[in-house]
Each structure stands twice: as C-alpha cells, then as structure tokens.
Write a protein that binds this ligand. Structure first.
Ligand code: PA5
Length: 451
C-alpha cells in the first residue's frame, strides 16, 4: 500500500478541475513512454527499475562495508556534489536526530560532507575536526571529473595518508563512480580502493537508490532495504495506473503544470520539520535540473516553516503573484511534547496549555495555507503519515516519476543538464586549464577580469 496522498482542493480557486484533467491524455502517453523507455533521454531511465531490480548481493556488500566502517571510524566524510551528494544527505538528515552532532552515545559514524563547495574555510575547518577524529570517507562522482569533489578528495586523501599511512588510508576510502571512464575510476584502480559503480543509465539526480545514496545512508545506520522496499511499492503502484484520479504522481504532475499554465512560474516546496531541509534541497535539484531548460520550466524554491514565515512569508503573502506552494506535510511526529500550564501566564500561552507541539504546528500549517490561498497562492498538499525509510523510499520514487512526467509535459529532456556546463567553462578558462585558451582570451577581451 502506498502512503502518499496528494490533495489539490486548494488550487481549485485558481485552476478548474477540468483544466487539470485535460492533461490526462498527455500523461497517459508520457507514462507509457517512460515505462516503455521510448521518450526523450531514454538512455537515462535506469532509475525507474532500480527498486525492483537491485541486486541483493549489492545490498549485502554495502551493509557489510557500512558495518566495517562503523568499527573503524567516528566520522565518515561523504565527498560529492549535486546528485552525488543531495540524495544521501536528504535521507540521512530526515532520519537523524536533529542534534546528532552533539549526541555523545552515537553508535554509528557521524556523517560530514565535503566537495559540495569550494570554500577554503570550510575545508580547513573540516581538517581541524579530522585531525582529532578517526575517520573514513567515500568519494562519489559519476563523471569522475567534477572539480569540487576532486579538490576536496585531493586534500582529504593527503590528510588521511599523512594521518594513517598510505596502506591504512586505502582501507578507509571507497570510491563510487562510473564503471570505466573518468579520472576517479583510474585513480581508484591505481590506488586499489574498493569501488562501487554508478550505472551508466542513471543520471546524478536520479541516483539516490544506487550506491551513491545507499552507501552513506547505510553507514549512517539506516535501513536501506526498507528504503528500497518503499520505492518498490511506489514503482509497482505507478506501473499499475496513470489515471489522475488514482495515481498521486499523475495528479501532482498534472496539477503543477495546470498552475504553471496560469502564469504561476515558481513552485515553493514547504516543510514544517527542520530535518526535511535537505529533502527540499534534493527536490530543488531534481526539478531544477530536469525542467529548467529551453527557456521553460517551473522554478523550484524551498522554505522552512514556521521559520521562514518570519522572513519570506511576507513575500509569499503579498509579493508578486507568480508563486504556488506544495506543502509536504507529515501527519505524526515521533516524539510527544506538551505545552505546560503556567500560573502567572505572563506569555499568555495558557490557552494552549496541555496541547501537543505537533498540534500547534498543524494549526500554524492550516492557518498559513488559508492565508496564502486567500493571498492568491495555490496550494498543493502532499501528505505522508510519518517519516521513516519506507516512506522516504516512496517519496523518492514519487518525486522522480512526477518530475519525469512533468519534463515530458514541458517537452524537454528531463535527464540532461546542458546548462550546468556554462559556469565550468568560464571557471576553467579563468584558472588556466589546458584546452580552455580560447575562452580565456574571450574573457580577457571582454574585460571581465577587471571586475
Ligand atoms: O544531476 C546531475 O547529473 C548533477 O547534479 C551531478 O550529479 C553533479 O554535477 C555531480 O556530478 P558527478 O557525479 O559526475 O561528480
């Protein structure tokens, strides 16, 4: 049984139900093209079958490596960027204690991240920590040539070899990369690192259910079998119907596109639980890189409520009316905490004394939704009963499939990302990378260097 519900009642003041159902024929076509692998970018559809086709031997190997790592390391550094980073972090943070860094009785290594920026201070401060901790690491790059993780890995590899010696360092490093190409593959082979493969037909942002996500998630102590089973439940359900009435994936894809057609070009993903911050970041990458091309696409943004109600809330309520919201709502919290009564009642809170914090959060959610809809912001609601590995697996597949269908509705290839190359070319030219001399000249000619 799937545990994800999509409610579109609060978009119907802006879009008629018939306008949403008008996408049915198109969705049937795209759903079929995806299942039959006949649409745009069909050489990158391996993610669709990952949940049902994953090899049990691969799972066991990842679990066994995760166990070994937890025996030798207090800290596990995951080096990667974009799709080689966000999925793992989304799942790990969604499932982790909010203050895990400060918990003293940790049974599993603390996961830290590198290679997702080029900040000298960030890397230097990470080294300060690693000086004092036993650590292991994984370097994840499908292409094996991405600058940010390559720099971080070069720095950390040096640090680790100085700390433990080359032989021991080799046991503490795992590479996740392409089966045959890229600098990382060659380096891993030359150094003799344990290596996991990112399948050829799975792009970065769709790779969380490959070793890219599964290895760090297992090291953090979470149940990757349950994550995959959740995704499999959604995969099987999705294969059974493309009806907007029955399949929440189809309903979400149709509704967001119907709203987009009305000129609402920004979708804000809303959460009310701070440990879902990286689920939103993952979603932003998935949708931004998949849809934003050929001068088209819904701009994916994210807010964390109620925190951001005290900042971006003003714009959402009253600013330009280009926005719609999708709220990922978690029905139940794991813990229970009541608001105590207070004799003095100086803060005036006795009217909610005895109530659960979750209840107050839910009322904030409802009140916000009413206010935003009144203010001209359509509101899609995605509800799950709680957060665990199984439900996250369902959500991953739900968002991936809805993204693929939405990309096809926009008539773009949702599996490429030509736009991310532009900044790289300029950066390489500015750094004097061999092969980029022409770009360097053009930058000089345009006088950009004086800025
Ligand atoms: O979704 C994508 O393909 C990108 O975001 C990549 O994951 C990201 O650029 C990192 O690439 P790589 O894994 O090749 O280092």
């Amino acid at each position: 049984m799937i545990n994800i519900k999509v409610n579109i009642d609060k978009v119907l003041d802006f879009v008629r139900l018939e306008e949403i159902h008008a996408f049915q024929t198109e969705i049937n076509k795209h759903h079929k093209a995806l299942l039959n692998k006949t649409g745009k970018g069909n050489d990158f559809l391996g993610w669709m079958d990952l949940p049902s086709e994953i090899d049990n031997k691969l799972i066991s190997s990842i679990e066994s490596d995760a166990q070994k790592i937890s025996e030798i390391a207090d800290v596990y550094v995951v080096i990667g960027i974009g799709g080689s980073y966000l999925g793992a972090r989304a799942v790990i943070e969604a499932l982790s204690h909010n203050f895990i860094n400060l918990l003293s009785n940790k049974k599993k290594p603390l996961i830290l991240y590198a290679g997702q920026n080029i900040s000298e201070d960030y890397l230097s401060e990470l080294l300060d920590i690693l000086d004092k901790k036993d650590y292991a690491m994984t370097v994840i790059s499908k292409s094996g040539t991405t600058t940010e993780p390559a720099i971080a890995f070069r720095i950390l590899k040096n640090h680790m070899e100085n700390k433990y010696g080359k032989k021991e360092a080799r046991k503490r490093i795992i590479a996740v990369t392409d089966i045959s190409k890229g600098a990382l593959k060659k380096l891993a082979d030359d150094e003799g690192y344990k290596t996991y493969i990112v399948p050829d037909d799975v792009g970065g942002r769709y790779s969380v259910l490959t070793p890219v996500g599964l290895l760090p998630i297992a090291v953090a102590g979470f149940d990757i079998n349950s994550l995959i089973n959740g995704a499999k439940t959604m995969q099987q359900f999705n294969a059974s119907t493309s009806s907007i009435n029955d399949n929440p994936i189809a309903l979400y894809a149709a509704t967001r596109n119907a709203i987009y057609k009305k000129g609402k070009i920004i979708e804000i993903m809303v959460n009310y639980q701070p440990n879902l911050f990286y689920v939103t970041e993952w979603w932003k990458q998935l949708y931004g890189e998949s849809e934003g091309k050929e001068n088209k696409g819904i701009f994916p943004a994210g807010v964390n409520f109620t925190t951001d109600l005290h900042s971006l809330g003003q714009y959402i309520q009253d600013g330009l009316r280009l926005i719609f919201e999708t709220v990922l709502t978690i029905e139940n919290s794991h813990r229970e905490l009541l608001i105590p009564a207070d004799k003095e009642n100086l803060d005036g809170l006795n009217y909610i004394a005895g109530k659960r914090i979750n209840k107050v959060n839910k009322m904030a959610e409802l009140g916000t939704m009413i206010a935003h809809v009144d203010g001209g912001v359509p509101n899609i609601k995605i509800t799950v009963p709680n957060i665990n590995e199984n439900i996250l697996g369902q959500l991953i597949y739900f968002y991936e499939m809805a993204c693929a269908i939405s990309g096809y509705i926009l008539n773009v290839n949702p599996f490429d990302q030509p736009g991310v190359e532009a900044y790289k070319k300029n950066m390489f030219a500015l750094l004097g990378k061999p092969g980029f001399e022409k770009e360097t000249e053009s930058i000089k000619k345009n006088n950009f260097l004086s800025h």
